[in-house]
Structures are given as structure tokens and as C-alpha cells.
Design a protein around this ligand. Structure first.
Ligand code: EPU
Length: 314
């Protein structure tokens, strides 16, 4: 696959980002699935100003760009991603605690690159309730907000107070949570906007109770969910009464393998990379699951995982 980055684009990127840009970077290094072909360029921005310069420059040069979070809900196809993949992960992780909140309330503002587990740890250590549902979700703050990440205990829509974006013109824009169209594992934003910061509304609560509840929840998750390389649940639940995992399980597909991709025997809505799986292996399993579940139960499953990039051409 031809890279869209010319020699001139390459020098511009190196000038702007120094060692924080790599070329032909395998996306399998940046996804929890450990799958994915190369990004033409992979940029790890140092902060907001640099992100603005990068996006404005890319727009001027007609280079496509794609923001990725922690890569934990992502399947990148084997041909990789054209243009610039931008990660806020390594460097945009600042946290600020709000002042002047009413008694019992706490607001925490976190940059999009902060891992959700780090935010959860901070909340637990301070006795701030509201985020226990997010324990064990590996995404970062930006990705978790964009996907409205959650579990049975809750979802981002319930704890986010406002979100700061960079819009298409690279201007900062703050949006109140109640004007965000939150959906089950999806949200909608103005085109080409980038989530750079989220503010969370939490409550001060009894630290020991909070920690006890957290420990229990982590144990439940460990029992139910596999730990091998995956992107978490692959399909959305068609409804809470008909979870995708149960349908795939009842269709007899647990343990089914194509290439190095395997449907977990522990939780049927997890597709695992057993070592060196290609995106094609996973996509073949995806089709098998979709057709089998449609034939058996008349239900059309919809992926929860975001699928990006080009197919591999011979
Ligand atoms: N089930 C089966 N067989 C299976 C898997 C599940 O029969 O192989 C049954 C279970 O027995 C249970 C029901 O399906 O009665 C639901 O299973 P579970 O409690 O594991 O929850 P889930 O609906 O499959 C959801 C989220 C998870 C989240 C868990 C825990 C979705 C698609 N999945 O799973 O989120 O961790 O609840 O709160 O909404 C993710 O988003 O990546 C993810 C893993």
C-alpha cells in the first residue's frame, strides 16, 4: 500500500514532532488486539498547541488524519491506515481538581490521553465515587468519552459534566454533557472534532466502602472475561435481555477458530488473538458469527469495536 506521506510531508512532520513521529508504524504495537497494518505516520503529540499545528498543517497539505485512543476498542485492517494517526496517549495526561464545589461534590478535569485506569485509581485513592463502573476498562479518557464506554454499573454519560474539543479550525470549544447525544457505546460530535479534555462530576464518599466495592467488581470481571489479547466485547448487545455473548454462545460458536483468531471459550463476545492473528482472521470470524446468529435467532449483530484502515492487497 502506497504511503500518502511525501518526502516533504515527512520533513514537515519531523520538524514539528522530532522523535514523536514514526513512519510505517505497525498499528499492532498500538492496539490491545495486537493486530493492524502500518500507519503511514504515527504522531504522539506533546500538547494542545502541537495538536492544533499538526491538524492545521495536515489539512493544508490534504493529508488525512485519524485520532486513536488507547487502541483498546479498535481493529485495524491488515493494510494499515493512510495518512497520519494521532495519539494523545503518551503526553496529554494532565489532571486538575476543580475548586469551589458544593460539599460532597468533586470535579476532575483530565486530558484525553489519560488512561481511564489512572483516573479510576486517583478517584479510589481520594474516596471519589462514581467511576467504579469504569474499573477494568483499559481505554483513555478521550476514547472512553467518544465511545460512551461503560459496564453494567454505568457509563461515561453518567459522570461527564463537560467535554472540550478542538474543532475543524483547531479552535477550543467546550460542550456541556447534556447537549451531547449519548448513545449506547456511541456518541456524535461535530465532524473532525477532537476530544482533548473531559470534566467529570464525582462525589466524595466513604473511601473504604468504595474500595471494597471496587475489589468485588474487579473480581467479577476477572471471572467473566478473558485476559488474552482482544478488543473487549466485539459486538454491541442487541438489548440487555439478549446479550450478544449469550447469542454467540447458544449458537455453539465458543472456541471456534479461524487462523489465529478465536472466539473465547470463557465469554463468547470476545474474539481473541491467539498470537499473530491477522485482521482478516478476525473479520472472517466476525462474518461467521453474524451469519450464524442471524440464521439461528434472526438477530443482526452490530460491532461495538471500531474497524479502521485498508485491506491488504497482494
Ligand atoms: N453469557 C453467556 N455466554 C457467554 C457470555 C455471556 O451465556 O459466553 C450470558 C451471561 O451468562 C449473562 C449475559 O450473557 O447472563 C451477559 O453477560 P455479561 O454479564 O458478561 O455481560 P455482557 O452484556 O456480555 C457487558 C458489556 C461489557 C462489560 C460487561 C460487564 C457490552 C457489549 N458488553 O457485557 O463491556 O464489561 O457488561 O459490565 O455492552 C466492552 O464494552 O468491551 C465490554 C467488555
Amino acid at each position: 500500500m502506497m504511503s500518502l506521506i511525501s518526502a516533504d510531508d515527512g520533513s514537515w512532520l519531523r520538524h514539528l514532532l522530532g522523535a514523536r513521529v514514526c513512519f510505517d508504524e505497525p498499528m499492532r504495537r498500538h492496539t490491545t488486539f495486537r493486530i493492524g497494518g502500518p500507519a503511514d505516520a504515527y504522531a504522539m503529540v506533546a500538547g494542545l498547541d502541537e495538536l492544533s499545528l499538526l491538524v492545521q498543517g495536515a489539512n493544508r497539505r490534504g493529508l488525512p488524519w485519524t485520532i486513536v485512543g488507547n487502541g483498546s476498542n479498535l481493529l485495524v485492517r491488515d493494510g494499515g491506515i493512510r495518512g497520519i494517526v494521532i495519539s494523545l496517549g503518551p503526553h496529554m495526561r494532565k489532571v486538575a481538581i476543580g475548586a469551589d464545589e458544593p460539599a460532597g461534590a468533586v470535579t476532575v478535569t483530565a486530558q484525553a490521553g489519560l488512561p481511564l485506569p489512572a483516573l479510576c485509581r486517583l478517584a479510589l485513592a481520594n474516596g471519589w465515587g462514581g467511576l467504579n463502573f469504569a474499573l477494568g476498562i483499559p481505554g483513555n479518557v478521550g476514547g472512553a468519552i467518544r465511545m460512551n464506554a461503560g459496564s453494567v454499573g454505568g457509563c461515561m454519560a453518567e459522570v461527564v459534566r463537560e467535554v472540550t474539543l478542538l474543532d475543524r479550525q483547531a479552535q477550543r470549544l467546550t460542550i456541556a454533557a447534556d447537549s451531547i447525544p449519548w448513545n449506547y457505546r456511541r456518541t456524535h460530535w461535530p465532524k473532525d472534532s477532537i476530544i482533548v479534555e473531559g470534566t467529570f462530576r464525582l462525589q466524595t464518599t466513604d473511601k473504604e466502602n468504595l474500595k471494597r466495592a471496587a475489589r468485588q467488581w474487579v473480581l467479577v470481571r476477572k471471572r467473566r472475561q478473558p485476559i488474552a489479547a482482544s478488543a473487549g466485547c466485539f459486538f454491541k448487545n442487541p438489548s440487555s435481555q439478549t446479550p450478544a455473548g449469550r447469542l454467540i454462545d447458544q449458537a455453539g460458536l465458543k472456541g471456534k477458530r479461524i487462523g489465529q483468531a478465536e472466539i473465547s471459550g470463557q465469554h463468547a463476545n470476545f474474539i481473541l488473538n491467539r498470537g499473530g492473528a491477522s485482521a482478516d482472521d478476525v473479520l472472517a470470524l466476525k462474518r461467521l458469527i453474524e451469519t450464524t446468529v442471524a440464521e439461528r435467532f434472526g438477530v443482526e449483530l452490530e460491532p461495538e469495536v471500531v474497524i479502521l484502515g485498508d485491506e491488504r492487497h497482494a
